[in-house]
Design a protein around this ligand. Structure first.
Ligand code: AMP
Ligand code: ZN
Length: 679
């Protein structure tokens, strides 16, 4: 038997680590280890405590659910605790689970429901008489945070239930808010386009936005919910878990997966006995990569609610459910080299080039290292043996270095403080994780900028691919965007691997792109935080580059959908003489600087502040906003003395009363139409 003081020290160490990871995961939404790694720590602690029960203390992470609510949101006490789940890692452990419940309820038969264990953020939604009155996070399982406003922005969370559950006095629904991988990839591209830092994986991307102070951020994320339980119901007619879930779907909780009719069948199914349940686990595991979301296991639940009640829960988990966890998709391999690439915004991004290795059928030869901090945290060095993990289609990442296998005399990787391409100084602003090349004429940045400029959703220049851009920059034929428009067919045909015909096509595509209009042009310029959507708003609002260039920062910030951060970035961009000069060159080259269909004429609503309440018949909320903004007005969310008009539609909320109280004029739909010239 090991020296007891050593065991004690080990236990303390594990507890300390687990608490730290709990804090990172639940409170900061910035986990540093994979769930598999965390589970390993947890299991090891549990094993040690089981062997030395006298060392168990009430504050051990094994004795509670983990996490503390962050300050700032109102706290919510969960009437029914949001517990963890007990885990099984093999078919035999699942069978042991059944043996346990059979001992607890001798002679009874059990049927099961097998559900995907979707990896996101768990929430509790409280409905009263069918209306969503509160949404809360899990927090530490007993106390969570009130994030009602944010959850209301998740499209698939109904504000009102319809169907069988609408009349219930009280109904508390539990579910997992998550992001589809497709949506995650789209979001990632969008953030990159805007020069923002993308998230490492869908879980982080989903967990963060449930809790920002600004519900608009939640709204902008493609979030969905997978409901998995009813924790409280008045009246309480449910006899089967499966039936309860079915009714929830009937009442408005719908999975928003496009075109997949029997999607739900994949995520939740009934199993007649434990062997059928084990088979379901295997099937979901096999389909794991095709599920479209992050799923790290299958939860098996006893279907009979009445049996569930009699089985009850421990302080940590319900006894009537078990999570079958998939084996991690991990492997070890060697880092051949750490490569630094330079992006459009100058961001220096490290990638590990690996000795190719197979994980679950895919050959992996690269892994992301995110940034300098990550390299330092892991202390990865070239030549190291590392443990890597693959989750879904996202590029694999490194979990840890296998230090026992480290070769002698290796040095820590020193992150370059100069751009690896042009040699200019790399700058990392205080508080940011990314360092960037400071040379605006850096060839690497220029190449990426040109590729972005010509990309499909920007200026849409077909045939302007990597190989062409590479040569154009290396041969100094293009030093800025406008140079593209001076290229003739002959020059292009001189490029390697570009035949006469392709040169003609490319030239035609370049010249054709001049007519794209202001919106696409703004996006193409690659101004920080100006993605496709923001570019379109600016183009709609100003109609021409001239007017946008002159717009003061305060005015930009007032535009609906812009906000102070984007306004600052846009204003800063147009203050740089170099940027203005480049735009002037584009203008001279004949690039269109206007947006079609936007009147540059007088803006009759300039300076007027609107509040909208209730539903309009002729337009959606967004269309109404758009019309107001286009004519120079703006829309705010609450009525104050500064409000000029409150537009009152059908079933208006309290804003109508606010307007009357403050003496703000109200407009019905007809009057509104007249004002905006649509009557
Ligand atoms: P854990 O915290 O890993 O022990 O697992 C419990 C958590 O799994 C719950 O709090 C939920 O957030 C999550 N979860 C995901 N899918 C399901 C599901 N189908 N049933 C129950 N919990 C689920
Ligand atoms: Zn550079």
């Amino acid at each position: 038997m090991a020296d007891i003081s050593k065991v004690r020290a080990k236990i303390e160490e594990l507890r300390r680590l687990i608490r730290r990871h709990d804090y990172l995961y639940y409170v900061l939404d910035r986990p540093e280890v994979s769930d598999a790694e965390y589970d390993k720590l947890y299991q090891e602690l549990k094993r040690l405590e089981e062997a030395h029960p006298d060392l168990i203390t009430p504050d051990s992470p094994t004795q509670r659910v983990g996490g503390q609510p962050v300050e700032g949101f109102a706290q919510v006490q969960h009437k029914v605790a949001m517990l963890s789940l007990d885990n099984a890692y093999s078919a035999d452990e699942v069978r042991e689970f059944e043996a346990r419940i059979k001992r607890a309820l001798p002679g009874e038969r059990f049927t099961y429901v097998a559900e995907a264990k979707v990896d996101g953020l768990s929430v509790a939604l409280l409905y009263e008489q069918g209306r969503l009155v509160r949404g809360a996070t899990r927090g530490d399982g007993r106390t969570g945070e009130d994030v009602t406003l944010n959850l209301m922005k998740v499209r698939s969370i109904p504000h009102r239930l319809d169907g069988p559950l609408a009349k219930f006095n009280v109904l508390e629904v539990r579910g997992e808010v998550f992001m589809w991988r497709q949506g995650f990839e789209r979001l990632k591209r969008k953030l990159e386009e805007e020069g923002e830092e993308p998230f490492a994986n869908p879980r982080n991307a989903a967990a963060g936005p449930v809790r920002p102070k600004d519900p608009q951020i939640t709204a902008a994320r493609p979030l969905d919910i997978f409901v998995y339980g009813v924790s409280h119901a008045e009246p309480d007619p449910f006899t089967s878990h499966y039936q309860a879930m079915h009714q929830l779907h009937e009442s408005g909780f719908r999975i928003h997966s496009k075109g997949e009719k029997n999607m739900l069948e994949r995520y939740r199914r009934r199993c007649g006995d434990i062997e059928a349940a084990i088979e379901a686990c295997r099937e979901v595991e096999e389909a794991r990569d095709k599920l479209g979301c992050d799923c790290d296991g299958v939860v098996l639940k006893v279907d009979s609610i009445e049996q569930e009640r009699r089985l009850g829960s421990t302080t940590h988990h319900p006894r009537w459910a078990i999570a079958y966890k998939f084996p991690a998709q991990q492997a070890t391999t060697i880092i051949k080299k750490i490569e630094i690439s330079v992006g459009r915004t100058g961001a220096l991004t490290p990638t590990a080039e690996l000795e190719p290795v197979e994980i679950a059928g895919a050959t992996i030869s690269r892994a992301t290292l995110h940034n300098a901090d990550e390299i330092e945290r892991l202390d990865v060095r070239e030549g190291d043996t590392v443990l890597i993990e693959r989750a879904g289609d996202v590029i694999p990442h490194i979990l840890q270095v296998v230090t026992e296998k480290r070769r002698p005399r290796t040095k820590p990787f020193s992150f370059p403080n100069r751009c690896p391409v042009c040699g200019a100084e790399a700058f990392r602003p205080e508080g940011e994780v990314v360092s960037r090349c400071t040379n605006s004429a850096c060839p690497a940045r220029l190449k990426q900028s040109l590729l972005h400029f010509g990309s499909r959703r920007a200026m849409d220049i077909e045939h302007l691919g990597d190989a062409v851009v590479e040569q154009l920059v290396d041969r100094s034929l293009v030093k800025e965007f406008a140079d593209l428009y001076g290229l003739d067919v002959k020059t292009l045909a001189d490029l390697e691997r570009l035949a006469e015909k392709s040169a003609t096509n490319l030239s035609r595509a370049i010249q054709g792109s001049k007519r794209q209009g202001l919106g696409r042009l703004l996006f193409a310029l690659g101004i920080r935080y100006v993605g496709e959507h923001v570019a379109a708003i600016l183009a709609q609002h100003y109609g021409s580059m001239d007017r946008l260039e002159k717009a003061p920062e305060e005015e930009l910030a007032e535009i609906y959908g812009i906000g102070p951060r984007i306004a600052q970035s846009v204003a800063l961009y147009f203050r740089q003489p170099e940027n203005r000069r480049q735009i002037e060159q584009l203008r001279k080259a004949g690039v269109k600087m206007r947006e079609e269909g936007v009147t540059a004429g007088p803006r009759p609503l300039a300076g007027k502040i609107f509040v909208l309440t209730g539903g309009l018949e002729g337009f959606s909320r967004d269309e109404a906003k758009e019309l107001i903004v286009r004519q120079g007005g703006r829309v705010t969310s609450s009525v104050s003395k500064k409000t000029d008009y409150v537009v009152v539609g059908k079933d208006p909320g309290s804003k109508d009363d606010d307007a009357k109280r403050l003496g703000v004029p109200t407009l019905d739909e007809a009057a509104f139409k007249k004002l905006i010239g649509k009557a």
